[in-house]
Structures are given as C-alpha cells and as structure tokens.
Design a protein around this ligand. Sequence first.
Ligand SMILES: C[S@@+](CC[C@H](N)C(=O)[O-])C[C@H]1O[C@@H](n2cnc3c(N)ncnc32)[C@H](O)[C@@H]1O
Length: 376
Amino acid sequence: MLPAMAPTRDAVAGPRTGPPPAQTVAAPAVDETDPAGLLRLGLAFCESKALLSAVELGVFDALHETGSSDVDELVARLGLHPRAAGTFLDLLVRLGLLTRAAGRYANGPGAARHLVRGNGSPVRELLDRANRMHYAAWGGLADALRTGGRRPEADYSVMPRDPQRLRRFLNLMDALTTAIGPLLAEAVDWAAVRRVADVGGGRGHLLSYVLTAHPHLSGVVFDLPHNAGPFAEYVAARGLGDRMTFQPGDFFADPLPAADALIFGHVLHDWSPRRRAVLVRRAYDALADGGLLVVYEGLLGADAGEERLPRHPATREEQPDVSGDPVAALDMLLFGEGSSEYTERECRQLLGGAGFELLAVRPLGERDTLVVARKP
Ligand SMILES: C[S@@+](CC[C@H](N)C(=O)[O-])C[C@H]1O[C@@H](n2cnc3c(N)ncnc32)[C@H](O)[C@@H]1O
C-alpha cells in the first residue's frame, strides 16, 4: 500500500498513505536488435497519463451510470472539448479499458470492476492519488535524485482545514484496509485480549473487522481529533457504537490508550526511523506485561531470501534495502516526506530494541507483512 510525494505544496503537506500505488513489474525485455521495448518503456507515461486522466475526468463513472455512451454524450456529460475527445476515448479502447461497438463506448470488465468510484476496489483510490501526487513527483525524479529529495515528515495538520481532502484520505485508508481487516482478525490470536486499541486507526474501519469477528473484544481508536466526527458516523453505520470508542490525541505526546493489544497499521512508515522508535517505545510503555503489539506494514525485503537489487559499492551502507519493491522504495525515499519504507529486519530490530519479544512475522494479504510482538 504509496506515499504522498508530489513536489507541489499540496502533496508535500500531505501525509503518507500506506503502500504505494505502483507495483514493481518484471524488468521489460529490452532486445538490442529491436529498440521497440526501450521506446515503449520510455513513452509508457503517455498511456499511464491517459488512464489517470480518464479516472480524473470521470469517464468510467459516467459509463457506469449510462451503460454506454457515444462521444457526443460523453463530451456533454464530462464537459470535454470535442476536438480530441474521440481520439482519447479510442486510446482508452486500445488500452483495453473501454469497449466500442457501433460508435458507443462502454467500460471494459477491468474498468468496471476496479475504476468506478465507490465500487470497493482500492485501485481507483490509488490511481486517484497517483494522479494528484505521484505523477507530478515522478516528473521531478532526476532532480530528486540529485538533491536526495527528502521532505519533511507527514503533516496531518492540513486535514481539519480541508474536509474534502480528509474524506479522500479516509476513503483511501479504508480501501487499503478492506482486504487486510478480515485477514488480521484471523491471523492474530485474540483469545487473551479483551480490549484492543488501533493507534492511528483512522475512523475505525480496520478495527471494525476485528471486533465483528471477535465478539468478546471491545476497541478504541486513537487518532487525531479531526477524525472523531468521521469515526462517530462510521461506527454508527456499522452498528458498533457500543463496542468501539474514539480517543482523540497525538501519539507522540498524549498517553496511548490502556489496552491488552495495540495496533500500528501503516503508521510507522509515516515517520523517520527515529520517530518510529519513539512510537514503539511509547507502545511498550503503555502496554502491561504480556500485552501485544500488532504491526502491519508493506515491509521491504523480507528475510526469506528474496533477490536483492545490486547496490553501488561506494554507497552500500547508505542504500536502502529495496529488495521488495524498488518503485515503492524510491517513491518513499525521495518523495515520502522524510518517512520511509523499512525492511523486515529493521522492524524486528525496532521492536526487539524496545524490549518486545517477537511472536510472528508473516505475509498479510498481497502487500503487507504482519508482525506480532509481546511485552514480556
Ligand atoms: C497512514 S494512516 C493509517 C490508517 C490506518 N491505520 C490504516 O491502516 O489504514 C495514519 C493514521 O495516523 C493518524 N495520525 C497521524 N499522526 C498522528 C498523531 N500524531 N497522533 C495520532 N494519530 C495520528 C492519521 O490521522 C491516520 O489516521
């Protein structure tokens, strides 16, 4: 699940959001006798931007509502200039996103499943964010590589001033944890836990899965005060108002909730290694002996012998471990606001260094790793 990285003020001020939108793909075959592969790679941004623009313009939403439309109908509905609209739509057909029959366009199966707003797929939210932030940031990649590209850590203080942005952010968080919630409910042994706190738990989406699966649990979401309203709406809608509470606070400054288990989900990677260590120490201090710390994160380079990318020998020590997803790692390193993805090994060290005893490290869904630790 990627980070906020645009060089614009908007993106710079925004917080991290979990795993990156981009997925590493196998290295394309570049045949020295045929430069087509190189050209395709070099110009891939055109097709990428066509998809992102179609999402931005609401092409897939419009076609979802109408079933099918001709170019004039789409021009009118989406407020497009007619000059290039037909060519643009035909490009989307060629990319396999739309179908066209008798001059009428419709969503292809992949678009219908993943690109229509509100259909529950995280892909739409990720592409939305990629368009607003990552695209512009990657446009400045060469500069970021020259300068090191570091930016300040996440700044969540922008959220209360921009309700639309907050809503978009919460939607994205929920989309990313929809797949994780049921898995996390299963993967952890909650039998000895009575009260669980999701620290940085947003409006409670993830925690609602855990509580629904385990009726003996009660829960508290600890998050910044601006999430109190969205939380209240959310738990009322899920019918969990009597089992889940919201504790507003700053996890760097305020006492963490008293609970038998604390969750940090997609939270630690928002911060620099130093601040991550602060959070883990605070969790250790907040838990009673035997208490659980549950971390899920898109950790890089699991220790299970994944192939490592070659490193430049001269800077070996400074290189991040990017064995998991180099696109995500670059994105996070250069544009991730001082936050950084980190490796499974670092996570083990982080928790072990604070005094935790590791109980389990295992994959959680397609992108995340679950780490469960206990305060001895
Ligand atoms: C990247 S989101 C992760 C949300 C959720 N745990 C998930 O897995 O999707 C980070 C969360 O931490 C919260 N947060 C950021 N800074 C915080 C702080 N200083 N104190 C408490 N919560 C904070 C944000 O409001 C946001 O809900």
